[in-house]
Design a protein around this ligand. Structure first.
Ligand SMILES: Nc1ncnc2c1ncn2[C@@H]1O[C@H](COP(=O)(O)OP(=O)(O)O)[C@@H](O)[C@H]1O
Ligand SMILES: [Mg+2]
Length: 417
């Protein structure tokens, strides 16, 4: 009897084999990730597979190529394997990122951050660009709207939030959870709840936490703090692109990253590395804030002391919106040193609608005028975040809230009742 050659495998069988090729960076197989585009099989058992990598210059390219070839070649009936490697387009890439984020979310450890809280990580490639200043002033602007805002000071070694908010106390614990320090803001019930290594300083606990990996300290702040039902949690990130960034992506993958940069080109380059890091951790980069933008003197002349255009260039480069340009203004630094963010200082000095207008002489000193541009920039930024970038989650009528109600009802209607 003549040898009957093994018939070539079906495209489905090949797809099945390819489901065993895992993209080690994304932690999922290339079929589920949508990276396998086409499979063609000839009568003679020649197989052509086209694979779309996330980017053409993917560092894992040769590993994925090798795995694909080996898997397909090992199927009975395959005489040759040809690979055609391409790159995903922007849409395919964002679909893949969405999937990866969803997966990371599924596997994430539970934190004490309420599911309805919007988490925004304020990050940059390097220190001194104004992350902490932006964090406290944005928190103030959000709280002025009556929102409940938390600040998690993740800059374990270089914390500055306590000083900038004029908060000095030790954190209390209740039922095994740390209670954040609270700063009531404005007349609409807004507040800022803060947790920082600065509130543990000088205590054995601080020494202990600093001795551990930075990441563990941030995890501690995410898991063991009674954050309650905040509208927003702002996370003041340490500079750079290290462990804390990756840890946050793992522990709180729903966090959005906001990148702070200065108008200078050099800072923009460093910031773009931070954005890149965020992406690899599947965090969404929600936008860019340019800080220390053109300084405007009392005569209205604009001085771009730190260059110009860096924020927009970075935004273009990473495909995220430029959310705000915060002017360089001594009031920001002064507010930080005085423990009263510029935003709150200028609101306090602004005449209230119910009060008679102050005498013209004291109506607006040059200092107040400059603070007002800072105030306006942060008010506009808060508005943009609340309406467009990360709208507060409205729980009324949503499933999570209904489940809460049902559970409470069931809990109160005990078996003996
Ligand atoms: N818009 C601004 N105008 C003037 N000074 C600013 C501004 N933003 C930040 N600063 C000052 O720059 C320094 C670094 O800011 P900071 O918020 O501590 O940066 P980071 O947290 O990125 O290290 C501080 O002294 C701060 O007061
Ligand atoms: Mg800082």
């Amino acid at each position: 009897m003549p040898d009957t050659p093994t018939p070539p495998p079906s495209a489905d069988a090949i797809r099945g084999a390819l489901a065993g090729v895992v993209d080690p960076e994304l932690g999922e197989d290339i079929v589920s990730l949508g990276m396998v585009r086409d499979i063609a099989v000839s009568q003679a058992g020649q197989v052509t597979v086209s694979v779309a990598l996330t980017v053409a210059a993917c560092p894992l390219r040769s590993q994925i190529e090798g795995d694909v070839t080996r898997r397909v070649a090992s199927l009975p009936g395959v005489s040759a394997v040809q690979l055609s490697i391409g790159a995903m387009d922007a849409d395919e890439r964002s679909a893949l990122m969405a999937r990866a984020r969803w997966k990371a979310k599924e596997n994430a450890a539970p934190t004490a951050v309420h599911p309805s809280t919007r988490a925004l990580a304020i990050a940059s490639g390097k220190g001194g660009v104004g992350k902490s200043s932006v964090t406290v002033n944005l928190a103030a602007a959000l709280a002025l709207r009556g929102l409940k805002v938390g600040i998690l000071d993740a800059d374990i070694w270089g914390f500055s939030v306590p000083r900038m908010l004029g908060l000095e106390a030790r954190l209390e614990a209740k039922a095994g959870k740390m209670i954040p320090l609270r700063l009531p803001v404005g007349a609409h019930g807004g507040r800022i709840d803060v947790v920082s290594m600065g509130f543990l300083s000088g205590e054995d606990e601080a020494v202990m936490w600093r001795g551990l990996m930075l990441n563990r300290a941030v995890q501690h702040f995410l898991e063991d703090v009674d954050w309650g039902e905040l509208d927003y949690l702002l996370i003041d990130m340490p500079p750079g692109t290290g462990d804390v960034q990756m840890g946050l992506a793992r522990m709180l993958p729903r966090a959005d990253m906001i990148i702070v940069t200065t108008p200078a080109l050099a800072a923009q380059k460093v910031a773009s590395r931070a954005a890149d890091m965020a992406r690899r951790g599947y965090l969404r980069v929600a936008g860019v804030i340019e800080n220390m933008s053109a300084f405007e003197c009392d005569h209205g002349v604009s001085y771009p002391l730190f260059g110009s255009g860096g924020g927009q260039r970075l935004a273009d480069e990473i495909g995220a919106p430029l959310l705000a340009q915060i002017p360089l203004d001594p009031a920001v630094a002064a507010g930080g040193d005085a423990g009263r963010p510029a935003v709150l200082a200028s609101v306090a000095s602004a005449p209230r609608p119910t009060e008679p207008s102050p005498a013209p002489a004291s109506a607006s000193t040059p200092g107040e005028q400059s603070r007002d541009t800072v105030l306006a920039a942060f008010i506009a930024l808060a508005e943009r975040i609340v309406t467009e970038v990360a709208p507060a989650v409205e729980l009324a009528g949503c499933t999570a809230r209904m489940l809460d109600h049902i559970e409470t009802a069931l809990g109160s209607a005990g078996p003996t009742n």
